[in-house]
Design a protein around this ligand. Structure first.
Ligand code: ADP
Ligand code: MG
Length: 243
């Protein structure tokens, strides 16, 4: 079953700058796809088109059978079921961890406060942060904050998860605690699209790797193949710099 389908996506930020050029890919339910490529190649823009945080000028996007590009689609409802985790956590700083996890459940999904709270506590336990429910985000380390951000996405029962460089703002010693949570999630069958330069994670966890350069999807192949024999000179050069 197709979970995320991008077909012939074109996007311009302005008339003289096309940031996405005819990008197409399909992510099946349960697949983990890593998106990599040089800075400025359009990775963040591409991943944000999936939940319409970025508009497109041409192409079709379908998530879990719902067209993102159809003007009749209820985007807030769709976004509620597509989990997104950013580089800089984007937690609500004035809310306690537990309240960060309850807000969307109550406001968007209409759950009762007690139901939301129970779900939040279960999810905090799962990411190893039960002891921190009553703290504010600023009292936590970067790795802990990012795990809160993942838990906050998961309490919404997402159909898929999008990650945009979830570990690149972290101190090195905190990277693995976040990747471990993501690896576990992948093992449970979550559909994941992950922009990352963590090639160890990509090798171990990803089914496929998409390599972007200059707004194009240059390679879209099984992870194993990509690492063993990248086809394009651009991917070879990229890998030689980061491996
Ligand atoms: P990546 O995530 O691969 O580093 P981005 O998708 O963030 O790439 O950006 C791709 C290109 O689009 C870059 O050249 C960037 O400067 C440009 N860009 C990103 N956001 C905007 C914007 N809001 N307006 C104009 N240009 C942008
Ligand atoms: Mg980016």
């Amino acid at each position: 079953m197709e979970m995320i389908s991008l077909r012939n996506i074109d996007k311009w930020y302005n008339p003289s700058f096309q940031v996405l050029k005819n990008c197409s890919t399909t992510i099946e339910k349960g697949e983990v796809v890593v998106v990599c490529g040089p800075s400025g190649s359009g990775k963040s823009t591409l991943i944000k088109t999936v939940n319409a945080l970025e508009s497109i000028q041409a192409g079709d996007i379908v998530v879990n059978g719902i067209s993102v590009t159809d003007s009749g689609t209820n985007l807030p409802k769709l976004r509620a079921r597509v989990g997104m985790v950013f580089q800089h956590f984007e937690l609500f700083p004035h809310l306690k961890v537990i309240d960060n996890l309850c807000l969307g459940q109550v406001k968007v999904l209409g759950r009762s406060r007690s139901e939301a709270s129970e779900k939040a506590r279960k999810m905090l336990e799962r990411v190893g942060l039960s002891a921190h429910a009553e703290k504010f985000p600023g009292q936590l380390s970067g790795g802990q904050q990012q795990r809160v951000a993942i838990a906050r996405a998961l309490v919404m029962d997402p159909v898929c998860m999008l990650f945009d460089e979830p570990t690149s703002a972290l101190d090195p010693e905190m990277v693995s605690e976040v990747l471990d949570v993501m690896t576990e999630l992948a093992g449970e069958g979550m559909t994941m699209m992950v922009v990352t330069h963590e090639m160890g994670f990509a090798r171990k966890v990803a089914n496929r790797v998409i390599f972007m350069d200059g707004g194009e999807i240059v390679e879209d192949r099984p992870a194993e193949d990509f690492f063993q024999s990248p086809e394009s000179p651009r991917a070879v050069q990229f890998l030689s710099k980061i491996l």
